[in-house]
Design a protein around this ligand. Sequence first.
Ligand code: KG4
Ligand code: ZN
Length: 340
Amino acid sequence: MKKKSSYILAIESSCDDTAAAVLKDNEVLSNCIANQEMHREYGGVVPELASRAHQANIIPVVQQALSIANIDKKELTAIAYTRGPGLMGSLLVGSSFAKSLSISLDIPLIDVNHMHGHLLCHFIKNDDKNLPKFPFIGVTISGGHTQLLLVEDYFEMTEIGTTLDDAIGEAFDKCGKKMGLNYPAGPEIDKLASEGDPSAFIFPIPKVKNLDVSFSGVKTAFINLLNNKISKNPDFIKNNLKDLCASIQKTLVKIIVQKIEKAQKSLKINSIVIGGGVAANSEIRKVLIDKSLTENWKVFLPQFQYTTDNAAMIGIVGYHKLKKNKLGGMNQSVNARLDF
Ligand code: KG4
Ligand code: ZN
């Protein structure tokens, strides 16, 4: 007999995007996001404003996801939600909504680690692509995280390297802020860099032991360079914006790629699976695609729609947890610093 399909409603509200998706098993039927534009003028996410916006957005976004998927809520099999890591007030909105809906529909609740979502989005059904095989080296590069992981199964992950200070996305955003770019600056730096000279300015690559990384030294060197140059020429940023973007982007990407290379050599694992917002960056994509051609790496880059925060990635983790009967409890609280 053919197994009955599961329909999962997934909710993601860990930071400043309110997102909902519906999955039929491992296939995405809808993937909706309400972005919160008001953080731009503050140069970063304001937690209090984010929570309030989640409250306003969550019901319309869920309704939109159900409507695009053409599913009535009574047909749902389970609700998956992001338990952490993230901003406490933001997580509370999504989790409370998910719990209430799961009680009212009398269907299972599944708690999901946001970072599992960033990595396991590669298991979303995609007819054009092979799915990664275990074990692989997982690399999460986002605004809040920079981690290297040995991934042996869906939920068997060991951290093998992490950042000692800033996350890579945070370094992009802070350098961008110094250049007067809007938050989040990563995508804008990427765009401007495409017309700049990446060797115009040289920044130091930090010497960090093992598979850990550090971005704060480069960020400080970048800020010091700007302060120094602006004191002599107030138009320095304007006159050199594209070269500055290309140079800092190249350095930030080099720092993480060096560690991926080191991990690949020491673990002798050729499959590299990338996740998180910075996975949208064209330089890192180019460098890793080159590696897959020259060094026989099997590199998995997420589709653009699954790089930055989204609910489909929470849904795919929910699907695999449901299959293994790893359900969440009503008495589970959200966790801003949830580990892998
Ligand atoms: O995964 P994500 O949406 O949120 C977190 O979980 O942190 O990642 C957001 C981060 C921001 O720092 C943003 O600047 C960065 O991803 N980002 C990029 C690009 N697109 C997004 N950084 C560099 N180049 C990009 N194209
Ligand atoms: Zn994220």
